[in-house]
Structure formats: C-alpha cells, structure tokens
Design a protein around this ligand. Sequence first.
Ligand SMILES: [Zn+2]
Length: 278
Amino acid sequence: MNYYHEKKLAHAYLISTNNINKCLKVLLNVIKNIFCVDTFSDNCNKCSLCHLIDINNLPSLKIIAPDGEFIKKAQILELKNFFAKNSIYTNESMYIILNAEKMNKESANTMLKFLEEPDSDVIGFFLTNEKDNILPTILSRCQELTAHFPNAYYEELNIAEDKYQELNNILKEYLMKIEIEKRKQILYNREYLSNLNLDRSDIKVFLQMMLFTYKSVLNNELEENSPYSFLNKYSFNNIEKKTNLLIELLKEISYNVNVELLLDRLVIEFEVINNETL
Ligand SMILES: [Zn+2]
C-alpha cells in the first residue's frame, strides 16, 4: 500500500509463501484497498469494484491458476491480449499468477516477453510456494517478497493430517467419557487408553492436543460450535489444575518416563481433580 501511494510499485512481484490461498486472500484485500472507490474496510459492501473483485469478475484484474499440471502458454497469451487494451475501470490493471512455478518453458517464455515490454499500468503478482522452481529469467524481472503464515495446527504438531484426525477423534471420545458421562471407574478409563495401542510419540501428541483444548477453555477461546463446549461447565480452578497437570506430564514424557505410569497418573489425577473441584 505504501509503495502504491508513493508511486513506487514495481511491475512484477514474486511472492514466496507457505500458503498460496491465504496469501491470495491478503493480496486481494490490498488490491481492493487500492481500487476501492469508497472508504475501504475489510467488508466494503458499498462499492461495485470491491464486489466485482469478490466475485472474481473485475475486468482489470485477472487471476491465473494452473490448468491441470501446468500454467499453459494459451493462458498467458490470453492475459496478454486482454491487457492490450487499457482498463476503463481502474487506473492500473493487475494480474495474479497462482503457483507461478507451474509455468512450463513455453508459458514462461511468453510471460517473459510480456514482462520485457513493461506497460506502466500493468502490475503482476507471481505467487509461489516453490521459489526454487521459478525460472531464473522470470525471477530476475520480479521484486521479491515473502509472506509467511502460521501453519495449520497439525503441521505445528509435526504430524500428518490423517494422524491428526485420528487422534482428534480419540480425544473427543475420551473427553466425553471422562467429562460428560462421568464414568468414575478409573480402571475403565485407563483400559480405554491402553486399548488404543498408541505409541509413545502418538501419546505425546495426544497430550499436546488435550492441553491445547483445556488451555482454550481456560482462555475462553473455544470456538462457538466447538465439540468441547461441555468443558465450560467446569470451574476455572478445575480447568486450570488439569492444564497444569498436562503441562507437567508433557515435560515428563520428554524425559523418557514410563508411558504406562504416565497414563496412570493422567487418569487418576483427573479423577482426583474432578472430585475436589467442580
Ligand atoms: Zn470498495
């Protein structure tokens, strides 16, 4: 935005990002901010330009995504022809190339010619999550930017998405058993965990997810339709004790403590906490 207002925008930007979709969302907001004819806010419902961007129908903004495996030459040619006429809608015309590393040699060469004859009113954004695969000739004609977004929760936990789903389902079922159904049979709760046959690293992630859940109850951060909203019936004191216990157990599991003993403690101490505080 600053570059734009200082009239220092380059003709082409290469944005490397770890999340193309989120990056596109932010970029479109910047573009709306530039084009908006009203006072821009995140939900400008007033002006038609913002609306046209929302429905991807603004004639002076083109978004190109890979057609199958590649971004094809025909797609770049179409873009070129499109911008041959000046925009009557906005001062500048803009295009966004999603997964720019998917340009094959042919389309990259066509793109290159387009970049070499810079029309001052056309600005391009090349988004990539594989910067190393961008052709050097393209790279050298772009200003580089990076946009890093926090990873999905399962990526933070360093596990695959399906593993995350599996453990998440187990967590839901387990918490419902111990916190809703109030099965006071410690042995039963303990057996349930044993029967899951989780290995040490799974148990660690399981405890991390459990901690994350209790922490979000503690901080009042459960999402509105969270499957864990039943935990809200417990007092702050109760949830805080469980949170602290989980932090302690997670420390211990890093110290090679016996996992069976650790799960014993989890089950027993949760029971104690629930008996002492509601
Ligand atoms: Zn607007």
